[in-house]
Design a protein around this ligand. Sequence first.
Ligand code: CA
Ligand code: CA
Length: 637
Amino acid sequence: MLFICRGVHQGMENTRRAFHSALGTAPGAGLTAGINRQLRRQSMIRNTFPKRNVVAIALAAAFAVAGSPAMAKDVTDADILNDAKSTGDVLSYGLGTQGQRYSPLTAINADTVKNLVPVWSMSFGGEKQRGQESQPVIADGKMFVTASYSRIFALDVKTGKKLWKYEHRLPDGIMPCCDVINRGAALYGNLVIFGTLDAQLIALDKDTGKVVWKEKLGDYAAGYSYTAAPIIVKGKVITGVSGGEFGVIGRMDARDAMTGKMVWTRPTVEGHMGYAFDKDGNKTETGISGTLNASWKGDLWQTGGAATWNGATYDAETNLIFAGTGNPAPWNSHLRPGDNLFSSSTVAIEPETGKIVWHYQNTPHDGWDFDGVNEFVSFDYKDKSGKMVKAGGKADRNGFFFVNDRTNGKLLNAFPFVNKITWAKSINLETGRPNYIEEGRPGNPAAEADGKKGKVVFSAPSFLGGKNQQQMAYSPQTGLFYVPANEWSMDIWNEPVSYKKGAAYLGAGFTIKALNDDYIGSLRAFDPTTGKMVWESKNYAPLWGGVLTTGGNLVFHGTPEGYLRALDAKTGKELWKFQAGTGIVAPPVTWEMDGEQYISVVTGWGGAVPLWGGDVAKRVNFLEQGGSVWVFKLHKS
Ligand code: CA
Ligand code: CA
């Protein structure tokens, strides 16, 4: 490990109406118009943000480090590879690049958790709070936490004192689909790296908040944006792109983490060329992804979607990056016959070259916006013969939990993790393909007399998914996955659509409804080898925050109603809760310092549900926005 001294100088008739009402549009207005209006609204909200704050950032950065140690420990590849085990820091999204969100810490446990109390809380400020989906990273006595509107804060982790903040100056016309959120930053060397709503990747000196490098991830005017937390693999910063609702081309990129210079780029839509880059930025072709027109007939692959908007995980044992990919574009599946690779899939990528080593498509020929972007979490288990299996688990938006061999992608198990699924009966474990229910696919408008609206189908899950961006956790201690699931449905239909740069590219209409009166969310513990649900804990509002599990036999998660909760990992019994004053849609973390274990979570209701949730959005419109980070530890009597 390197210790380097760095100076201060070195920063949707009822339902349709309801949908339009949620978006602030007239019921007669076209859906796409409604979406674009929603997007403009987000942009306008951004514009109400005082410009002077932008100036304030640079000033804050300038005097930032006064009173804090100028000596900062660089974060190395070895540190990142050891992150899941090193309890004194949280260096990566997922508490380790495998994404298990498991900490071996035991001081806070089933017996002591009743004594958990807040230590400090810090507000992100601003006139508009909006959704906060961020996971803090913590190193060297400092916390780095991103917030809505492409902001990042450095805090003294003991006191919550602000050391510096950086507010990215966003242009007019950004098009984030699902609120102005950000999921977190990556640490490497002396840098803290995060992505912005106008599709830039920014590296700041973690001591001063000064910008060290800045790279463009895509053209925001074409619908590209960035919301995921980057990950670091072997000195490279690994990112995807957001914008699947605008017909962008999904891809994964690797850049030199210290300089931002591109190393390779790999498209996740079949037919597009991949490239490698040398030190001088000269690019060479590394082959097209898949085979041109093999799974896409015609030209629609050119605006094919498959946005990699929820980030990636990395497993050092297999040396593979696992990225989830979003919907093929447009949503109207009748326009694009075929499987539409590599949409709604898990792709396993070699970090040195960007080569797709294997892929598994969770929803071939997706017609429901079942983005397969959910995290692929590496775990090991003993099969019946006693052999250790290197596996990965994924709770897909389509309602099935998939277990794949992470060395080659072979499907090992698949079971429903929600109660109602209308698009497939099951997943065939021999072929790896869904047993479709054909009536479950929204109809073809071209088959109707007026050609304007296809048959409406009732679908479960809704496109917001059995699980969405909220990250699950896996405990090697219990062998269980803890899945923040939701029980909801939608009416969905197809419409004609053609691609137009910077406009929503769906060709679909929808409204989302709850399936039950008493709950939508349910935190569920599953044995991935048997598919058995061991326990569940229901919640009135949809769950939208990630999960943490610990060696103290605990599971922590937040609710939109504002509670951070601790449950017994084996039984699901609630042992502790704290009302944080606004909804929680972010994943908690834990670490230890000075011999004490700490818990932290970001709070602030928002995300996709209030914007896209139809009847559900109305049902939960009592929830208030916010924007803070909280830290807890055990009270000493
Ligand atoms: Ca760690
Ligand atoms: Ca999507």
